[in-house]
Design a binder for this molecule. Structure first.
Ligand code: IFM
Length: 451
């Protein structure tokens, strides 16, 4: 038996996002979001599911905090719904929305848990989408106003902030593939949205620091280690370009003031709507790098490919069905080790927070009401062993957040995929800690585990 230990001040946490858990979609003057509109559009979400009620955390956040306490967790990553704060995405703040997040914050602090909010986990006010959405440059300014409102309102109690959740995912799925809100499918929109989001990230960072210079600010990037699918040199180079596109498009501009070096003719700046002076606004010395990671990506060289970078990912080929989660993602713990080391080595050992990692397994309660989800416990053991290994090899990882505290609305999959440490009965809202949640709670209390 081996013992895996973590550094003394390591933070154990869990993550959620507003649209996925809150419900209360029209309460207290909240405005419509692009996810309200999208999920109410027939055919967009499996089974016609919506986030109208979700886990009802808008009314039950104290139950959520009780679960965090039961698991001995010291950090809660939640997100703030922009349309609760500015129903139309601009103008004066809605005091009822501010009050909700103020109460949540106070309750977390009272329970000894760090509030770790994300400003944008995909629920753009629909009014801003109607005005052009993320491809429209003006949205960067609107977002910065909102970020200032939040840090002015809660910066006395919240020191640690996440600006965006997975910018590469919401821009690609929302504006290019059309499978997420707002459901657009246009390369031009994707390029413009990517640049506006980079601008918004830099501007919001500067504005937040101007208000609270001692705050600790980063973004949660979707990341996946990129491996060549074959032994050819061409595949190796393709994997590097895919790494630049999928992992670095919102990190390299902030930390190094340039788009990744992956485009045969340089970044498509005109198509992105780039203007003189933009990089100075985009560059931002983030206090930490947030990493959301689930699996690896295998890449092959192919002429053309997205944005003409000559690389495409290849589908998972893994004959071992025990290595595939219920949503079809491969269990590959080394991906987390590889990515933590890659960011450590390439960016001069930044502070890292693992802001998401987890798995969908749809085990339900047995006849005694116990949720025996041993596959999830094994998943966490594998990935956490990888985190411990990266720390001992020099990565400065300060915290780990399991996705997710609760089973919740899994975007286009609706309620069909359960990622939670707690099982949610979506008819009654009742939460039950799964066996994996009990295991995670013991790990958090002991700051380590035995394999
Ligand atoms: O549920 C999502 C979350 O909103 C963003 N990261 C990936 C999770 C699982 O798909």
């Amino acid at each position: 038996m081996a013992r895996i230990e973590f550094p003394p001040a390591f933070r154990w946490g869990a993550s959620t996002a507003s649209y996925q858990i809150e419900g209360g979609w029209r309460e207290d003057e909240k405005g419509e979001s692009i996810w309200d509109r999208f999920s109410h559009t027939p055919g967009r979400i499996k089974n016609g599911d919506t986030g109208d009620i979700a886990c009802d955390s808008y009314h039950r956040f104290e139950d959520d905090i009780a679960l965090l306490q039961e698991m001995n967790l010291s950090s809660y990553r939640f997100s703030i719904a922009w349309p609760r704060i500015q129903p139309s995405g601009r103008g004066k703040a809605n005091s009822k929305g501010l009050d909700y997040y103020g109460r949540l914050t106070d309750a977390l602090l009272g329970a000894g848990i760090r509030p770790f909010p994300t400003l944008y986990h995909w629920d753009l006010p629909q009014a801003l989408e109607d005005a052009g959405g993320w491809p429209h440059r003006d949205t960067a300014g609107r977002f910065t106003d909102y970020a200032e409102i939040m840090i002015s309102a809660l910066g006395d109690r919240i020191s640690d902030w996440i600006i965006f959740n997975e910018p590469a995912v919401f821009t690609a799925l929302g504006y290019y593939l059309g499978t997420h809100a707002p459901g657009r499918s246009s390369l031009e929109d994707l390029l413009r949205a990517s640049h506006t989001v980079n601008l918004a990230q830099g501007q919001a960072f500067a504005a937040m620091k101007a208000t609270r210079s001692d705050s600790f600010i980063g973004t949660a990037h979707s990341m996946s280690s990129c491996e060549p699918a074959g032994d050819k040199e061409a595949d190796l180079q393709a994997a590097e370009r895919w790494h630049g596109l999928s992992n670095l498009l919102f990190l390299e501009p902030a930390l190094n003031g340039k788009y990744p070096d992956i485009f045969p003719d340089g970044p498509p700046l005109d198509e992105m709507g780039f203007q003189d002076g933009d990089m100075e606004q985009i560059r931002a010395p983030m206090d930490f790098v947030g990493i959301n990671l689930y699996s690896r990506t295998r890449v092959t060289a192919q002429s053309g490919g997205p944005l003409n970078i000559g690389a495409v990912p290849v589908p998972v080929e893994n004959d071992d069905s025990s290595s595939i989660t219920d949503i079809g993602w491969e269990v590959w713990p080394d991906a987390l080790y590889d990515m933590l080391m890659r960011i450590t080595n390439d960016y001069d050992r930044p502070i890292i927070e693992v802001t998401e990692n987890g798995c969908a397994y749809n085990d339900s309660p047995d006849h005694q009401g116990v949720i025996q989800d041993s596959r999830r416990t094994r998943f966490f053991q594998g990935y956490l062993e990888a985190v411990a290994r990266a720390i001992s090899d020099g990565a400065d990882v300060r915290g780990y957040h399991a996705w997710s505290l609760l089973d919740n609305f899994e975007w286009a999959e609706g309620y069909g995929q359960r990622f939670g440490l707690s099982w949610v009965d979506f008819k009654t809202g009742q939460r039950t800690l799964k066996e994996s949640g009990r295991w995670y709670g013991t790990l958090a209390a002991e700051n380590g585990f035995s394999t």
